[in-house]
Design a protein around this ligand. Structure first.
Ligand code: LLP
Length: 426
């Protein structure tokens, strides 16, 4: 459920009409709902709290990669949410937004020495180590600081899942994590070092997962690995179950409920006495955001094809071009007339700049506003300035208040980032 609804014919974000925001901030523009972010966080929090016996004091660490806007992060920070980060930049963002270091998890397959050093200095809660090579570098970096950061070992359970082959991470051929067969020796190596403190295991098998079965299988692998490690005399205090739960992009309720997900996790972890951690990105943010765009024109072809040319391009919303992703497209104001099939496209000079084919839409005209739904996760974060289009701005709504929380840069600001080479001046 989200808080984008039609009031008096106009699509609103909470109590603010998207017309008003488009008029004030221009288009294209991302619009986020505080109430939806809050609702999703609370639903997950309550679902996990209902299983304290099995999941312990379960941590929720928002996957910052899904939406790293500082005001979005600050909204979640106030609710008590932590952060799952994959770069120094994301750690800095989380801190800047008010998420304390002891609620920050540092994940990622290729953390540099400098980033590892930064994470140690910052005092993040946990570093998720993804390979033997990384463990060795982390030990060396930590030794230089006489530190012993807490780490979890990310295992690759050889179970991939997800809404698209390009967002699957848990398969044997995927670059992520340590094969389960190698995890035991690696954990032992970590325990033997005075410069890391192994506290548990982690996994994340993919994104936009709509079937709990592969997740359950992966978590069972973690459970068995936990028992095996304990048999070998090692402590396992935490299990980080990653993110990955899918959301209903198509409007219908095809997704597992948060309650069913939490119950499944509790069932698998029951009796282990571990503290669980979760790294949801899409689940919290996707349906909390829309991308509002204006129709530039409708190109009607003689063969009947109708291209709805929008001012948003694939540089603003990459998901359809990258993953064939479906985003519902909704007119901000209802228009009377016979609906017809349209191909919504952007203005970019690439044939991948097609958001969808054959969408049934009312007869839209130049100047009309449309909203791409469920664009709050992996939307703005994936945007670029391709074709020298300024980065799309972001707006946060809270009830009847709204604020621009990322500005559209001016052309001067864009050029200012590119100092002219000395020999080209004058
Ligand atoms: N934890 C780790 C280690 C991850 O790699 C990811 C996402 C998450 C948590 C959060 O997953 P979520 O709950 O959002 O599914 N750009 C793609 C999605 C890439 C996901 C990458 N990893 C998309 O737009 O579909």
């Amino acid at each position: 459920m989200h808080h984008f609804q039609r009031i008096d014919g106009a699509l609103h974000a909470e109590d603010v009409s998207l017309d008003t925001i488009a008029a004030g901030a221009g288009t294209p523009v991302y619009v986020y709902s505080t109430a939806t972010l809050t609702r999703h966080y609370r639903l997950l929090r309550e679902a996990l709290d209902a299983h304290r016996e099995s999941l312990g004091d379960a941590r929720i660490a928002f996957a910052v990669k899904a939406n790293s806007n500082l005001s979005v992060l600050a909204t979640l920070a106030r609710l008590g949410c932590g952060a799952d980060t994959v770069s120094e930049g994301e750690i800095r963002r989380a801190l800047a937004a008010g998420i304390p270091a002891d609620r920050i998890i540092f994940s990622g397959v290729g953390k540099s020495d400098a980033e590892l050093a930064f994470a140690i200095e910052t005092g993040v809660r946990q570093i998720n180590v993804e390979s033997g090579a990384e463990l060795d570098r982390l030990i060396a970096v930590a030794a230089g600081k006489s530190a012993a950061p807490e780490i979890a070992l990310r295992v690759n359970p050889d179970i991939g899942a997800g809404g698209h082959a390009r967002i699957t991470t848990g398969g044997a051929a995927d670059k992520f994590g340590v094969p389960i067969g190698e995890a035991f020796d690696l954990y032992a190596r970590a325990v033997a070092s005075p410069h890391v403190t192994p506290v548990g295991l982690a996994c994340h098998i993919g994104s936009q997962i709509l079937d709990l079965a592969p997740m359950e299988a992966a978590f069972r692998t973690l459970r068995e690995a936990t028992l095996e490690l304990r048999t070998r005399g090692f402590e396992v205090l935490r299990l980080d179950l990653g993110g990955g739960l899918g959301v209903p992009y198509h409007g219908q309720a095809e997704t597992p409920s948060i309650a069913a997900y939490a119950a499944m996790c509790a069932r698998v972890l029951d009796g282990l006495g571990v503290e669980a951690a979760f790294e949801p990105g899409r689940l919290l943010a996707a349906n909390a955001g829309v991308l509002v765009s204006r129709v530039i024109q409708v190109n009607q072809r003689g063969d009947g094809r109708r291209f709805l040319v929008l001012d948003a391009g694939m540089n603003d919303l990459m998901r359809p071009a990258l993953y064939d992703a479906f985003h519902d497209l909704v007119p901000v104001r209802e228009r009377a007339g016979e609906p017809a099939l349209h191909d919504p496209v952007g203005p970019i000079c690439e044939s991948t700049d097609v958001f969808a084919r054959d969408r049934l839409l009312p007869p839209l005209q130049a100047g009309d506003l449309v909203a791409f739904m469920s664009a709050g996760a992996y939307g703005a974060v994936l945007s670029s300035e391709y074709n020298s289009r300024p980065l799309v701005p972001e707006v946060l709504v809270d009830g009847d208040r709204w604020a621009v929380v990322r500005k559209r840069p001016s052309y001067e600001e864009m050029w200012a980032r590119e100092p002219r080479a000395a020999w080209l001046k004058g």
